[in-house]
Structure formats: structure tokens, C-alpha cells
Design a protein around this ligand. Structure first.
Ligand code: ZN
Length: 199
């Protein structure tokens, strides 16, 4: 699934499991962190630009879905992020949940363009080579299934924002979040307020 879908889905879990903005940020972060192992692509691009050769995805393919898509990465992320939390045990558990939700979503919907481009989940990596899981029916990254899931969680996230008074924008800035929530509430009050009849 796309990093944006991972982000919003993780924030929804954070809203349900924590009670302050700092902890929500940490639990959300754990749900997007696994894709940091895809940053090898930056090295690939830099190498291609500096050498003038056509880009190969050597580092991206070598590390992506290997370094941070298994239980060792999940454990490390939960321990490190919990150190910064207000409610440490709660955040550690929340981080394990969002991290694994990320893995589950990748298992379901991160296939490449051809049916053979399945992304496996190497759950023991980088410490152990096993177990390795994959699903033959894996959805394409840009499939209608992924898009549908994204639309559903996006609408739920907007609804939560209007109801609770904070949105996923709070992960970046609480000031910007206040503006976004203000606009959302204004729109909904305009559309949902009962019409006053004249006379
Ligand atoms: Zn991933």
C-alpha cells in the first residue's frame, strides 16, 4: 500500500489507543517507519546521476522489504519509540500493532506491474531468512482494491477529525492541524445545519 495509506491507517490506530499528541505521533511513526528501508533508492538515483549510467534499483531491491519488514525491526522500533512516550507500555504495544498492520497491508497490496512481481514479507530478516510469506492474490500497488481501502480510511479520518477536534495533520504541526479542523467543521456545519425557513 502507499505510504500515505500506511500513515493515515496508523494514525487511526494511534487515535484509538493513545490519549495525547506525542504518543499518537510515535504510534503513527511506527506504521510508516518500515518503508525507510526503501531509501536505498536515493543512493541508486544519486549513483545513476553521477555516473551517467541507466538507473538500476540495486540498493532499493537489496534492502527494501528486508531490513525493516520483519519482527526484529518491529521490536527495535517499539523499544526506541516507547522511550520518547508519555505512556511507554501503551505506546510500545501500539507501535507493534501499527508496524504489523503495515506488514499486513504490504502482504495484501504491494504487487508490482506484472502478476509475478509479488513482494514477500521476510518476517525474520535481517536476522533470519525464515519465515517468508507471500500471497498469490496480492493486489497491485495501484489497484482498485488499494484505492478503495484508501478512500475508506481517509473518510473515516476526516470524520474522526471533525468529531475529536484533531486530524492526522497534527503529526506534522498542531497549528496547521487547528486550521484544517476549523475548515472541516465549518464545512460540515454549513452542509449539515438545518435550513431555516423564511416566514
Ligand atoms: Zn512497506
Amino acid at each position: 500500500m502507499s505510504p500515505v495509506a500506511h500513515f493515515i491507517g496508523s494514525w487511526l490506530v494511534a487515535v484509538a489507543t493513545t490519549n495525547n499528541v506525542r504518543d499518537r505521533r510515535l504510534v503513527t511513526l511506527a506504521g510508516v517507519l518500515p518503508d525507510l528501508d526503501g531509501l536505498g533508492m536515493v543512493v541508486d538515483v544519486a549513483k545513476s546521476l553521477s555516473s551517467g549510467h541507466e538507473m538500476n534499483f540495486h540498493y532499493y531491491q537489496k534492502f527494501h522489504h528486508v531490513w525493516l519488514h520483519g519482527w526484529p525491526g518491529a521490536l527495535l522500533a517499539a523499544i526506541v519509540l516507547a522511550c520518547f512516550a508519555q505512556q511507554r507500555w501503551r505506546v510500545a504495544l501500539g507501535c507493534l500493532v501499527t508496524f504489523h498492520l503495515h506488514l499486513l497491508c504490504d502482504l495484501l497490496g504491494s504487487r508490482g506491474p506484472s502478476p509475478a512481481d509479488l513482494w514477500p514479507i521476510c518476517y525474520g530478516e535481517p536476522l533470519f531468512r525464515h519465515p517468508v510469506w507471500f500471497w498469490k492474490g496480492q493486489w497491485k500497488l495501484d489497484s482498485w482494491q488499494n484505492l478503495s481501502v484508501f478512500i475508506v480510511i481517509f473518510v473515516v479520518a476526516l470524520w474522526v477529525a471533525i468529531k475529536q477536534g484533531y486530524s492526522f495533520v497534527e503529526v506534522f504541526s498542531q497549528r496547521a492541524d487547528a486550521v484544517v479542523v476549523g475548515v472541516l467543521r465549518k464545512w460540515t456545519s454549513r452542509f449539515l445545519a438545518p435550513k431555516v425557513r423564511d416566514g
